[in-house]
Design a protein around this ligand. Structure first.
Ligand code: NAD
Length: 412
């Protein structure tokens, strides 16, 4: 039996919503918890969708963040296949796509992000896919043919991870990246060149400074026409050109929105009864002293813990260091911090010919971020170094003959 009749409603059904619902119970929310999700499944891990799930190494059952029984045991109600159509801030209620209205005391927006759509002819042809959810990944899995030819539009994380996976199963792959280099949004030139080299060595063709102008075919895709006039044959096209935060519900009720629902360091929106967390939220980051919106699982988890505390009228400041990862071939890239505005990059290890190195990003002499490729010990060091605001000599960080453990000890 629940101890009170307070209602918490969480809108969304991915990492942020899953964590927030559990964290609410950990914060001793004693009323009802309702999660409204337009997905048909209980929350699942998305990162494997572009990796092990596509290759068949991970099954759909293994993707679930928690078994449904855990939510049931904690008296967390899920409404799947259901959208919140409208929020009424005055009456503190939401209207659902099934016509029902539900009252809330506290509301959480975990609405995430959706794929940016390409507005070119031919995107509706059979064989053209985006990759964001389990349904997309399942459709790609079904479409993968041996001896196939794939064109991937976008040389970001989704593009390169799927390129690596498709090569692994013997498919010809061509990546079209509109910018001058792959991963331009997130890495230094040398790191982009590294990924370009490795993918080329693995047999991927990469065309930079090129975008698709048309996808051609009758019923099924047959090729992609590029901005340089070239046409590339393909029976599979995967589009990974970024995401757009789902902020429409928040905008509709007049919350502050600017590339994300604006929240403070406590995940609170401009309405004291409404919090937001995950990909949809743009938060005040205390480490970097500016507002940022992060598209990552660690952010969804940590920010949702903060949001849950706020819903229970407790203050738990969100000040976790952002971090990300990407697996491609035998490369495990772990990124600590945000490199935006860096003015210098220093390398540890050989970025030009090896498959293991660290790129330290500096801003006005301080380390602000690090890309660690197959360097788990340095990743731990980087997280500690950036979070602590302590300094280590740059020459030592770059010196690969000084063990990472020695540097960790020096930091302690
Ligand atoms: N390992 C990870 O952290 C990981 C893995 C997969 C996905 N994700 C997340 O999933 C989301 C989507 O990933 P993504 O790869 O689509 O986004 P992204 O922003 O990482 O990359 C999109 C790429 O597409 C390029 N592009 C844009 N328009 C184009 C066009 N018309 N033609 C060709 N190229 C074009 C951009 O320059 C960019 O390099 C992001 O939030 C990403 O962070 C993260």
């Amino acid at each position: 039996m629940l101890k009170n009749t307070k209602q918490a409603i969480i809108i969304g059904g991915s990492h942020a919503a899953a964590q927030l619902s559990i964290s609410l119970r950990q914060e001793r929310w004693e009323g009802e918890i309702l999660v409204v999700s337009d997905d048909s499944q209980f929350p699942y891990h998305r990162p494997p969708l572009s990796k092990d799930y596509l290759s068949g190494d991970t099954s759909a059952e293994q993707l679930f963040i928690r078994p449904a029984s855990v939510y049931r045991d904690k008296q967390i109600e899920f409404l799947l296949n259901t959208r919140v159509e409208k929020i009424d801030r005055i009456n503190k209620s939401v209207t659902l796509s099934n016509g029902e209205a539900r009252q809330y005391d506290k509301l959480a927006l975990c609405t995430g992000a959706r794929t940016r759509q390409l507005a070119i002819p031919g995107v509706a042809l059979n064989g053209v896919h985006y990759l964001r959810d389990l349904t997309d990944a399942e459709a790609i899995k079904q479409a993968i043919q041996s001896n196939g030819k794939a064109v991937i539009i976008g040389g970001g994380y989704i593009g390169l991870e799927t390129a690596a996976l498709l090569r692994k199963i013997g498919i010809d792959v061509c990546v079209l990246e509109a910018m001058g280099r792959v991963l331009q949004r997130v890495t230094a030139e040398e790191v982009s060149a590294f990924y370009h080299r490795v993918h080329t060595e693995e047999g991927v063709e990469i065309k930079t400074g090129v975008f698709a102008t048309e996808i051609v075919g009758n019923d099924c895709v047959e090729g992609v026409v590029c901005s340089n006039g070239e046409q590339i044959d393909a029976n599979l096209v995967i589009i990974g050109v970024g995401v757009i935060p789902n902020t429409e519900l928040a905008e509709g009720i007049g919350l502050d929105v600017d590339d994300g629902v604006i929240v403070n360091e406590f995940a609170q929106t401009s309405d004291e009864h409404i919090v937001a967390s995950g990909d949809c939220a743009a938060h005040l980051n205390l480490i970097y002293g500016r507002r940022i919106r992060l598209e990552s699982v660690p952010n969804a988890i940590e920010q949702s813990k903060t949001a849950a505390a706020s819903m229970c009228d407790r203050e738990k400041v969100y000040n976790a260091l952002p971090w990300f990862w990407s697996n491609q071939y035998d490369l495990r890239l772990q990124i600590a911090g945000l490199n935006q505005g860096f003015d210098r990059v220093v390398f540890r290890g050989d970025v030009e010919s090896s498959r293991s190195f660290v790129a330290w990003y500096l801003k006005q002499g301080s380390i602000v971020a690090a890309d660690c490729v197959n360097r788990p010990a340095e990743f731990i060091l980087a997280k500690k170094l950036i979070s602590s605001e302590k300094q280590l000599p740059i020459a030592d960080l770059a010196n690969d003959s000084i063990d990472a453990k020695t540097l960790l000890l020096a930091l302690a």
